[in-house]
Ligand binder design. Structure first.
Ligand code: PLP
Length: 356
């Protein structure tokens, strides 16, 4: 299928002029900056907080390109969480009240919320009961309804499984949509990232985040990897200073600690298998679903009762039992060894009380 980016972009976005900030017009070296109405006296909080940050985050994008093995900085968009990237993709491509997006439930809730805000219809093609992609139905529905964006979450939230490579490749090749592969949990999976494929597929956007494996959810930094043309469109309509200087500096320093991050990811994966084995042995557990993420789904005989009991003891997990193919399922995030031991002890107590 021949892919033509411009035909997918909203006409008003193609035609508009982007906001030209003071830092776009002059970003070189000078003695005195009196061009941006900043407070030259400084900030009561100290530091260099009085100056606007680089709207294009050049230094940070360069460091991320090195760490993630991305050929060109122009293939990286940075947002206030990957949630900003999801919203901007909808605003670049989705004509409100006319266009649609496609999602595969059960999956991450923000795709539908963003679509609802942007007044885009949501086509839902459920995953199969084993949480795999229903590739034929996805392609058939895409051909008929022509969604602008197809969201594939891999590893998927909440089912924690990776999606099949050949299925994703077929959807990329055989649909005329932007295919967004959300890899928020890719660092916990034993799989290659789709970022390696952005040169080969002009309709591919890969999302990643600093919120999970990097442990920086409070900072709010998400990444989208795509062709320079798609990245330029996202940068055209973002808020000019969407990434704060504190965020950029903190992440640049964290990127020097990749060994530490990898060590933590290994620990979480070890804890994941221990915790999953312990929970699978409990008599009121029907099944523990396999995981390529830092969480997993557990099917209980009575999920609501387990949820209530855990909450009473101060342990909060996510009740996903209302979602497609998730009957009686709770989603459990892997905690520290202490947290996991406490969780297991509470679950064992639940079993004992049930037996009484
Ligand atoms: C947690 C998560 C994100 C991350 O969102 P941020 O806005 O970057 O914190 C993205 N996608 C999925 C599927 C997630 O579960």
């Amino acid at each position: 299928m021949t892919f033509e980016l411009e035909s997918l972009v909203r006409k008003n976005i193609l035609g508009m002029m982007k906001y030209a900030s003071a830092r776009d017009e002059f970003s070189g070296k000078a003695k005195i900056f009196l061009d941006a109405n900043e407070n030259s006296y400084g900030s009561p909080a100290g530091g260099a907080l009085n100056r606007y940050p680089d709207p294009l985050q050049r230094e940070l994008r360069k460091k991320i390109a090195e760490e993630r093995g991305i050929a060109r900085e122009e293939q990286i968009f940075l947002g206030n969480g990957s949630d900003e990237a999801i919203d901007l993709l909808m605003r670049v491509f989705g004509e409100p009240r006319i266009d649609s997006i496609m999602v595969m439930p059960p999956t991450y809730g923000m795709y539908k919320v963003c679509a609802d805000i942007n007044d885009l219809a949501v086509l839902q093609v459920s995953l199969r009961p084993d949480y795999s992609l229903d590739t034929e139905l996805i392609l058939k529905t895409a051909a008929e309804k022509k969604p602008k964006l197809i969201f594939i979450c891999s590893p998927n939230n909440p089912s924690a499984n990776l999606m099949d490579t050949d299925s994703i490749r077929r959807i990329l090749d055989e649909s005329n949509a932007i295919v967004v592969v959300d890899e928020a949990y890719i660092d916990f999976a034993d799989a290659e990232s789709w970022t390696k494929e952005i040169d080969a597929h002009p309709n591919l956007v890969v999302l990643q985040t600093f919120s999970k494996a990097w442990g920086m959810a409070a900072l709010r930094l998400g990444m989208a990897f795509a062709s320079p043309e798609i990245v330029a469109l996202m940068n055209k309509i973002k808020y000019p200073y969407n990434i704060s200087d504190l965020t950029a500096k903190t992440v640049i320093s964290a990127l020097r600690q990749t060994r530490e991050k990898e060590h933590i990811v290994r620990q979480i994966k070890t804890e994941r298998s221990r915790l999953m084995t312990a929970i699978a042995d409990l008599p009121f557990v029907k099944e523990v679903l396999p995981s390529a993420a830092n969480f997993f789904l557990v099917r209980f005989t009575d999920a609501a009762a387990v949820y209530r009991y855990l909450r009473e003891k101060g342990v909060i997990v996510r009740d996903r039992s209302g979602q497609m193919h998730c009957r009686e399922c709770l989603r459990i995030t892997v905690g520290t060894p202490d947290e996991n031991r406490f969780l297991c002890a509470v679950l064992e107590d639940f079993g004992k009380e049930m037996a009484l």
